[in-house]
Design a binder for this molecule. Structure first.
Ligand SMILES: [Zn+2]
Length: 378
């Protein structure tokens, strides 16, 4: 149930609806229910119409991102639509900063264009200037009774103005925050740019929470909490990378054991070697004493029989690195290649091993969160 449904390709971009859309009918009925009167059908129609319009505005925003990405040669994997927003999944960071700025600006720009389309049409209506004041300042004391067409135009103007300005706030993960990060990358470096924009996300998000409380607006409140949590996650990921960048490889390096596991060994003997160490993964050697790969303790315990050979249970792929390599870059290579770890060579001989397990332990992270942070596109 907790998934997204493909609704088709729009301009060639796969588009999905998030499962939380199932909550929309319930929300519409809830908003249309009035104590003492029961369900008001005019209200059901009203809120359904608003939902449909909002859905279209968000879709146009995300298409702005996705189509601009594609036009700059950057892959846009898909668009996911939520009841109150959406996201264009762009797995790889654009190479050029100019492209990154254009891609993130294109979403709000699409909303600005929609608002600019509605503005003259609304102005052409009788009493158009009053209508514009009414829709752009919902807290004013104007009283107007708009026609259905004027309502659609007015909502198009107001909602798109809010979507454009709101998304351009310089707070990660909003478009404005991403644009600011892209612009700051070159002068102050990617890490500092991330720290600044995520801190702005937490501060601005906090301000928006306070605003939502004073306005009594649960939708704004929820969106602000999303901004804060996304920023906090990204900030934390930044600290994790910083710690790895500053860690000397020696701190997580495991020296080779004198007792070696050979591919031709029986599983029982390999288990005995594991029993003497706390390692979860150990190297496997060929009969010519060359490193062949890595084997996991759990695999030998659960999947192998004691009389079998180690041969079918070890993974032959690993990464070769030098003791002077950066632990951050090495960890990224290990995660990218999806292997147990790296063999560290110095002058042609193996001086030790770096295993993901040990890096995780060093960072004090649970493996699930670790992999998510290191692999999720941001
Ligand atoms: Zn956007």
């Amino acid at each position: 149930m907790f998934r997204s449904w493909r609704i088709g390709r729009i301009f060639g971009v796969p588009t999905e609806l998030h499962w939380s859309f199932l909550l929309v009918p319930a929300a519409i009925l809830g908003y249309s229910y009035e104590a003492g009167f029961g369900l008001r059908w005019s209200q059901v129609q009203w809120w359904s119409g608003i939902t449909l319009l909002l859905f279209l505005f968000v879709l146009v925003h995300e298409l702005g991102h996705a189509l601009t990405a594609r036009s700059r040669g950057v892959k846009a994997e898909k668009i996911i639509l939520f009841p109150l927003g959406g996201g264009a999944l762009i797995p790889e960071e654009p190479q050029r900063i100019r492209d990154e700025v254009l891609i993130y600006f294109a979403g709000p720009l699409a909303n600005i264009l929609l608002a600019l389309l509605a503005l003259p049409l609304l102005l052409l209506q009788p009493g158009g200037a009053y209508l514009i004041q009414f829709y752009l300042n919902p807290f004013g004391n104007l009283i107007v009774v708009p026609s259905p067409l004027e309502q659609i135009l007015g909502i198009t103007l107001a909602v798109n103005a809010v979507l454009a300005l709101g998304n351009l706030l310089p707070a990660y993960p909003l478009d404005g925050g991403r644009i600011l990060r892209a612009v700051l990358k070159r002068p102050i470096g990617e890490r500092a740019a991330t720290v600044i924009t995520t801190l702005l996300g937490i501060v601005i998000g906090g301000g928006l929470v306070a605003l939502s409380v004073s306005l009594g607006d649960p939708v704004l409140g929820l969106s602000s909490l999303f901004i804060i949590s996304f920023s906090a996650l990204e900030l934390n990921r930044g600290w994790q990378r910083r710690r790895l960048a500053r860690t000397v490889m020696k701190e997580v390096l495991r020296s080779p054991l004198s007792d070696r596991i050979y591919a031709t060994d029986r599983v029982a003997r390999a288990r005995a070697v594991f029993a003497k160490t706390d390692a979860k993964v150990l190297p496997v050697y060929s009969n010519w004493n060359e490193l062949s790969g890595f084997v996991e303790r759990e695999v030998l315990l659960r999947e192998a029989h004691r009389d079998q050979r180690v041969q079918p249970f070890y993974e032959a792929e690993f990464i070769a690195a030098r003791p002077t390599d950066s632990l951050l870059l090495l960890t990224e290579r290990i995660v990218e290649a999806n292997v147990y770890g790296a063999a560290i060579y110095e002058g042609g001989t193996v001086v030790g091993f770096v295993f993901t397990e040990d890096v995780i332990q060093h960072l004090d992270r649970s493996p699930r969160r670790f992999y998510k942070r290191f692999t999720s596109p941001t």
